[in-house]
Design a protein around this ligand. Structure first.
Ligand SMILES: Cc1ncc(COP(=O)(O)O)c(C=O)c1O
Length: 444
């Protein structure tokens, strides 16, 4: 299984360079999948290989006919950017292929340093944590630690039926999933009511906790969201921290999407520093390629209490597997480490601020042009809709048009267009195109 290395590398270099150049500008149409490619993608298991250049071309063609979040007018869901230095980092990391399950020498130090840099960037006093495959795994990791602290020994004896947890009605589904996987059961996850800005109401949280305690239930965690997936709302973290500290409950902050913005508007995230654990995804608003999630805790012994163990084939000192959910782990941290080294934290802040400004500009533009708009964006998600037409159908037509790619969201039963700016390549001109195309397509 020896590759013709130089030829493969030269060709891969050309393909990557062409892709990067393409991403500098949006394309005006999303091409359909060609019949030739469909036929290739239907082939059975190849018994013999083909030439590496031909195979790389096939792969590049398939990717070119895929929805790529790296493109500057991909504004659906919460996208990423496939930042160039991150892609190079992945190539390097996957070539050396260290396993971060155990102590891996300098690679382990890179992960620890990248974690410290991230903590400093967002303003959280992390004493431990790890890089994960994303927000979902980060949230389940943090909540496993929370459960063990609230009910010591529950990792072995099972979650007692009196355990409950709290998050806002707009929290990401991964919180539900984590609570289900941990055996708390989503029926015991309280959806705390939200205010007019779709932020958790801390006084309602306090009342729910008091009522649950009075009925003999055991709260294991409160999850505040620092940037909801639906609208980008930031829960009042300081007030939530007050409630948690009064009742002695673990506070987790899910900042998978929004937390990088704490680097440019720390006052909006005040109270973050009081959390027990924090989730942030570098593959969302820190622009690096997937997967690059981070979970951080203020007290590393809480992770060890939930995950520490002995196996006969890994004797000895504490390893990463004693504080993480996963076993084999790639060096996901390298892409963020290299991105900070090459671009510096200032460039990150500037790019995040630009995305925030785009959302505010679009919000004003849409209102001026007769669109109904949601609240002024807290972060980089805009809610807008054209009165008098079916907005879900409008999004379908916009996706078919291909010049911009956005998704829709249902908020209180109403359908809204929901552009989200997290791409480092998006320019003011792309924002103007989005508005013009939305106007054009909605008026035919
Ligand atoms: C607030 C929030 N939490 C968690 C997640 C899940 O993250 P991942 O898709 O990386 O698992 C998301 C994804 O959009 C999110 O927005």
């Amino acid at each position: 299984m020896k590759l013709e290395r130089e030829r493969a590398l030269d060709h891969a270099r050309d393909l990557v360079a062409a892709a990067w150049e393409e991403f500098d500008h949006a394309r005006d149409i999303e091409p359909p999948i060609s019949p030739e490619l469909l036929a290739t993608l239907d082939l059975p298991l190849p018994e013999a290989g083909i030439d590496v250049v031909e195979a790389l071309d096939e792969a590049a063609e398939a990717l070119d006919q895929s929805l790529a979040q790296a493109r500057p007018r991909y504004l659906a869901y919460i996208g990423s950017s496939g930042l160039e230095i991150g892609a190079l980092a992945d190539l390097l990391a996957h070539s050396y292929d260290p396993n971060l399950a155990l102590h891996a020498g300098a690679a382990t130090l890179i992960e620890a340093q990248a974690l410290r840099w991230t903590a400093e960037f967002v303003g959280f006093p992390a004493a431990g944590g790890s890089f994960t495959s994303g927000g979902t795994v980060s949230n389940v990791t943090a909540l496993a630690a929370a459960r063990e602290r609230a009910v010591p020994g529950s990792r072995r004896s099972g979650t007692p039926p009196h355990a409950v947890a709290y998050c806002s009605a707009d929290a990401h589904y991964s919180i539900v999933r984590a609570i289900e996987l941990l055996g708390v059961g989503s029926d015991n996850l309280r959806a705390v009511p939200i205010d007019g800005h779709r932020r958790m109401r801390p006084e309602a949280l306090d009342e729910m906790i008091r009522a649950d305690r009075a009925s003999g239930l055991t709260p294991i965690a409160v999850v505040g969201t620092a940037g909801t997936t639906l609208t980008g709302a930031i829960d009042p973290l300081d007030a939530i921290a007050d409630v948690c500290s009064e009742h002695g409950i673990w506070m987790h902050v899910d900042g998978a999407y929004g937390l990088p913005a704490a680097s440019v508007m720390p006052e909006r995230f005040s109270g973050l520093e009081r959390a027990d654990s924090v989730t942030v995804d570098a593959h969302k608003w820190m622009f690096v390629p997937k997967a690059c999630g981070i979970v951080m805790v203020r007290d590393e012994s809480t992770l060890a209490a939930a995950f520490g163990h002995e196996t006969s084939y890994i004797p000895g000192t504490r390893n990463a597997v004693d504080v993480t959910l996963e076993y084999s782990r790639p060096l996901r941290a390298l892409k963020l480490w290299l991105a900070f080294r090459v671009h510096g934290a200032t460039k990150f802040r500037e790019a995040i601020q630009r995305n925030v400004d785009f959302a505010r500009d679009l919000h004003v533009m849409a209102a001026t042009r007769g669109w109904e708009v949601g609240p002024v964006p807290d972060l980089s998600i805009v809610l807008m809709r054209k009165p008098g037409i079916d907005n879900a159908e409008l999004v379908q037509r916009l996706q078919a048009d291909g010049r911009v790619y956005i998704s829709h969201a249902t908020v209180d039963g109403e359908t809204w267009l929901r552009p989200c700016f997290t791409n480092v390549r998006t320019s003011p001109a792309d924002v103007a195109v989005l508005m013009d195309v939305a106007d054009e397509v909605s008026s035919v």
